[in-house]
Design a protein around this ligand. Structure first.
Ligand code: NAD
Length: 492
């Protein structure tokens, strides 16, 4: 057991002996298994050492998944799959503090971590509701023939996730995949595997999911690329950076042409008009960029203000930023935690230092490391940012907002907001529904929020356009990612 102390109480977590395959934790099959030390980025103290999986473990997990698909799992009715998903949701709920602590130990404030677990639970319940309602359709084609479609699971699905919302992102993929009757192999990000491993433990203890249907293989690139190129895997759903997303597509293309879903990065524009409720907009913009310390794919990192409101808006925004309490994420007294690890801290600090030197932006607030211990970075706002500045173009994935030069017309702001290869999310603040509707139609993003931000719901499809990826997590649309549709015609 290892212990995590939070301001809500202490929790003891079982040690995970290695990858989770066949409903149990077992040492990696590698001759010399790799291990990874997980440090709490707030204190840089050791949380746990995890044994990582190897390509041999990927092979074992695929074989186990294939036998489960041919064996007991195949005979589970939709009703029974629904009940498995509901049991997972209940088990998560009953272990809320443990799971919250595991997520918070990665630098995320306790309150945000709890919100994430709630979202994961909701996701399992939402897709439980779909598990017993999957169906094909009847068609009237030619006289004397009956035609219909049958929806089938894809098979073994490799699910690869990023570090920033470990359990939520896993749930977004696992829940629809299991609802549709697939077997899944989850590879969490190497920095944040613990909540996913605990999910394995809970599934083995609290559900009747047959062995082999769900595996968790902690590890990094070696395990990820073994999943991507494995010929026994029919589908890969990936959340992460564009660079790795390209490798996933190419690995899929050169192995068995498995189908791919890519949920990639963003450089999301936030557009505030002068007629907006400015206090609400300030609060929403603050959350849009600084939730999870900016380690959010939808992070609203480019803010466009209509000319005339800049000084008022920036004064209010700076006052809001100065209210944050930065500190140990396991202590609920703080609402702003640390970057996930030293590498992410260094990456973000390099962007900030470069922005100070590049001369294409001015610093409003922040711009420093916070304290002298841990991976804390002050929430940082640059203003008067040139559209050509590095800050305005690259995904930083940290607490850094670029307030762009103000805009004076709808056409201008649309052109500038869309001038990015990314297309994940956007936000608009105005009281004029006509303006909002026009932007909703014209912004090249997979999600647009109006007078709010970052509200993801299990009911709504989530995913980007352009270089932010393709395919959907969440919503009924996610079921298309995890099923194939067979067309049948029978001579009557
Ligand atoms: P990353 O691309 O570095 O890693 C993502 C995952 O890919 C990890 O599990 C990693 O181990 C694995 N991986 C690394 N090399 C691989 C390979 N060759 N083959 C297969 N898998 C491999 O991303 P990250 O740093 O964990 O996360 C940050 C990125 O994720 C940002 O770009 C962010 O915008 C994006 N993201 C997107 C969404 C979304 O839904 N669109 C959500 C969260 C994060």
């Amino acid at each position: 057991m290892f212990t995590l102390n939070t301001s809500k109480g202490s929790v003891s977590i079982s040690r995970f002996a290695g990858p989770f395959i066949n409903n149990k934790f077992q040492p990696s099959l590698a001759a010399l298994p790799a291990t990874r030390k997980l440090l709490n980025p707030c204190t840089e103290a050791l949380i746990e050492t995890v044994q990582e999986a190897s390509p041999e473990d990927v092979d074992l997990a695929v074989k186990s998944a294939q036998s489960a698909l041919q064996g007991p799992w195949k005979s589970y009715s939709g009703k029974r799959r629904r009940n498995v998903l509901l049991a997972i949701a209940t088990a998560l709920e009953q272990n809320m503090l443990k799971l919250t602590a595991l997520e918070a130990a990665c630098g995320k404030p306790l309150e945000e971590a709890k919100y994430d677990i709630d979202e994961a639970i909701e996701c399992f319940r939402y897709f439980a509701g779909h598990a017993d309602k999957l169906h094909g359709q009847n068609y009237q084609t030619e006289d004397g023939f009956k035609s219909f479609t049958v929806r089938k699971p894809v098979g073994v699905c490799g699910l690869i996730t990023s570090f920033n919302y470990p359990l939520v992102l896993a749930a977004w993929k696992i829940a629809p995949a299991l609802a549709c009757g697939n077997a899944v192999i989850l590879k969490p990000a190497p920095q944040t595997p613990l909540s996913s491993l605990m999910l394995g433990e809970l599934i083995a203890k609290h559900t009747d999911l047959p062995a082999g249907v769900f595996s968790v293989l902690p590890g990094g690139e070696a395990v990820g690329s073994a999943i991507v190129s494995h010929k026994g895997i029919r589908k890969c759903s990936f959340t992460g950076s564009g660079n790795v997303g390209r490798k996933v597509m190419s690995g899929a293309a050169t192995s068995n042409l498995k189908s791919v879903t890519l949920e990639l990065g963003g450089k999301s524009p936030l557009i505030v008009f002068a007629d907006a409720d400015l206090d609400q907009a300030v609060e929403d913009v603050f959350g849009a960029i600084f939730s999870n310390m900016g380690q959010n794919c939808c992070a609203g990192s480019r803010l466009f203000l209509e000319a005339g409101i800049e000084s008022d808006f920036l004064r209010k925004l700076k006052a809001r930023v100065l209210k944050v309490k930065i500190g140990d994420s396991l202590d609920g007294a703080y609402d702003f935690g640390a970057m996930v690890d030293r590498a992410q801290f260094d990456r973000v600090m390099a962007f900030i230092e470069n922005a100070k030197k590049e001369g294409k932006a001015e610093l409003l607030v922040g711009g420093q490391r916070y304290g002298d211990k841990g991976c804390f970075i002050e929430p940082t706002v640059f203003y008067n940012v040139d559209d050509e500045a590095t800050l305005a173009k690259e995904e930083i994935f940290g607490p850094v907002l670029s307030v762009m030069k103000p805009f004076t017309s709808m056409e201008e702001v649309l052109r500038r907001a869309n001038a990015t290869p990314y297309g994940l999310a956007s936000g608009v603040w105005t009281r004029d529904l006509g303006k909002a509707e026009h932007l909703v139609q014209e912004l090249e993003t997979g999600v647009t929020w109006v007078n709010c931000y970052n509200l993801c719901s299990s009911h709504l499809p989530f995913g980007g356009v352009k270089e932010s990826g393709f395919g959907k997590d969440l919503g009924a649309e996610a079921l298309n990612e995890y099923t194939t549709v067979k067309a049948v015609t029978i001579r009557a």
